[in-house]
Design a protein around this ligand. Structure first.
Ligand SMILES: CC(C)(COP(=O)(O)OP(=O)(O)OC[C@H]1O[C@@H](n2cnc3c(N)ncnc32)[C@H](O)[C@@H]1OP(=O)(O)O)[C@@H](O)C(=O)NCCC(=O)NCCS
Length: 196
């Protein structure tokens, strides 16, 4: 079974225990969590969240099965440098609908990795697992994330007002989605040729 996908010098691989330190370090940063609905997290909190997901991924891969939780680490191929992570989390009660997530470490911003992470999730959702819809969200003002989803073809679906309280201020949550039917066969072909 395929465990890693390459795009040029970037590798997406299922998240393992060995990635946790880098993920915890990224999610402890105020810069990275500025627009997230969670964090900054302690190392313990990040470990407690990710450890069961990683165990479940491990168990599935040992049985040669595609995991139920699709959590990926992104690294530079040549140097193994940590870039960030991305994930597709199943939405409860609707089989085939996944919530996307991606975080790029602040030292790696503005190099195209956010766009690549979101595009990889589109490819994986519609080609590797049988998603019919992927749902995205971001806090209003997270322009980088909004641009990333729009570039990947997501359509705005609305706003949830005063969804998140941070630093004494309320923030709206913006919603986006991409349906499998929105993605042409030609685009899927290009994605298949890109993520190898
Ligand atoms: C949002 C995030 C993923 C963008 O990652 P990135 O690697 O810097 O993104 P890219 O370099 O691929 O840029 C994506 C697009 O957003 C734009 N962009 C990125 N950061 C931006 C910013 N702070 N302000 C305005 N535009 C920005 C880029 O110019 C690019 O636009 P283009 O494709 O039209 O040229 C990254 O900043 C991040 O992980 N932030 C912290 C966690 C987070 O907010 N995750 C998303 C949760 S919804």
């Amino acid at each position: 079974m395929k465990l890693k996908w390459n795009k040029n010098n970037i590798i997406f691989s299922y998240c393992t225990e060995a990635d946790l330190k880098d993920i915890a370090s990224m999610l402890s940063k105020k810069s990275v969590c500025k627009y997230l609905f969670f964090g900054p997290n302690t190392e313990e909190a990040t470990m407690a969240y990710f450890s069961p997901l990683i165990s479940s991924i491990d168990d599935s891969l040992k049985d040669d099965k595609i995991p139920d939780f699709h959590v990926f680490t992104i690294r530079e191929k040549d140097t193994d440098t940590f870039i960030g992570q991305c994930a597709l989390i199943p939405v409860e009660f609707t089989n085939g609908n996944y919530l996307i997530g991606y975080q790029i470490d602040d030292s790696q911003w503005r190099k195209g990795y956010g766009n690549a992470a979101c595009e990889f999730l589109v490819y994986y959702a519609f080609d590797v697992i049988d998603a019919f819809r992927i749902t995205g969200d971001c806090v209003e003002g997270n322009i980088g994330s909004e641009k990333t989803m729009i570039k990947a073809g997501f359509q705005p679906e609305g706003r949830q007002r005063k969804y998140w309280l941070n630093d004494g201020k309320w923030h709206d949550r913006l919603l986006f989605a991409l349906m499998k039917d929105d993605v042409s066969e030609q685009r899927m072909k290009i994605l298949r040729e890109t993520y190898i």
